[in-house]
Design a protein around this ligand. Sequence first.
Ligand SMILES: NC(=O)C1=CN([C@@H]2O[C@H](COP(=O)(O)OP(=O)(O)OC[C@H]3O[C@@H](n4cnc5c(N)ncnc54)[C@H](O)[C@@H]3O)[C@@H](O)[C@H]2O)C=CC1
Ligand SMILES: CC(=O)[C@H](N)C(=O)O
Length: 343
Amino acid sequence: MQTVELTEPGVFEHRERDRPDPAPGEILVRVTHVGICGSDIHYYEHGRIGDYVVEEPLILGHESAGEVAAVGDGVTEFEPGDEVTLEPGVPCGECARCRAGEYNLCPDVEFMATPPDHGAFAEYVAWDADFAYGLPESVSTRAGALCEPLSVAIHVARRADVELGDSVLVSGAGPIGMLVGEAARAAGAGSVLVSDVVETKLERAAEYGATATVNVAEESLTDTVDEFTDGEGVDVVIEASGAAQSVKSTVDAVRRGGTVVCVGLAAEDEIPIQTNEIVDKELDFKGSFRFRNTYDDAVSLLERGAVDVERIIDFEMPMSDLTAAFERATEPDVVKGMVRVGE
Ligand SMILES: NC(=O)C1=CN([C@@H]2O[C@H](COP(=O)(O)OP(=O)(O)OC[C@H]3O[C@@H](n4cnc5c(N)ncnc54)[C@H](O)[C@@H]3O)[C@@H](O)[C@H]2O)C=CC1
Ligand SMILES: CC(=O)[C@H](N)C(=O)O
């Protein structure tokens, strides 16, 4: 089968590998669509993310969907021809965090496209059937591939305990911020204010349903939030940019007794923050990491039309042009690039 592998920063090589056989409990999936994630771009440009270093050729891509080509022994829930989306992390199932149900925090998780685990820019992937989810006819594999970033967003909305009518500030209008806005609305948020520093991203956020937007490179976030909430502060802040200034400003933007959830990953290891304000305002200040138990709900949101992931996709290119697709995905206006695998 054809694969595309990152051999060094900025270099993809097209290679032939043996098609995998599905082991007992696995399905073999003919991959049709893979979204390009910011982490794929980071590996492509830098060959590493923190301690995860690409030392051997690595197949990137973890936002994937396709068609079942074969099933391994013991798999009864799928048959060849079914369309599926793949949850990219398979946890150990045995550690304390897995036993507690927090499997997204498993230290031994095998996560696609995270060295040394390969991802989905390949014609076929053999994957644990328990981490595959059937797509109904109304949900395409192109949309189904984006159950992954949608899952990140659903988990964030759950961590934030978004309640009916809540005012929510989402910082960062990349794919995660866009989908967080959608998940917050689906959870009942009354209003969603989106901040960014790129005007075109804010225009996209407004088209996508943001109640209001603020360009924090040009306007004061505090003044906008005050105006938006009559000086109260928002009920929930979701930090989805990873920008240090944005992380710091969460504490000012949220109301007393409100909730801040950080999903963005900062370039810095440490960001100074007003801890006394967190105490004085009695904030719930949380992180959100990947997702757990979200895929069924992500598929259901797409099936019901409650979330439209198509609107964040800027382009689709074939895997045979993966370098061009990655270069295009780095353009500042682009929110999400999609790769078509196979015919
Ligand atoms: N915790 C988790 O499980 C996950 C975390 N991430 C992280 O979430 C963040 C968002 O992911 P993507 O949307 O893919 O990234 P992205 O880079 O596409 O989007 C970030 C957005 O933030 C904007 N931004 C930059 N400075 C800003 C500021 N001061 N205020 C407001 N917005 C600002 C950028 O213009 C951009 O539109 C990244 O840091 C990523 O690493 C992504 C996936 C999972
Ligand atoms: C979930 C992601 O998008 C990210 N690549 C990660 O490794 O957590």
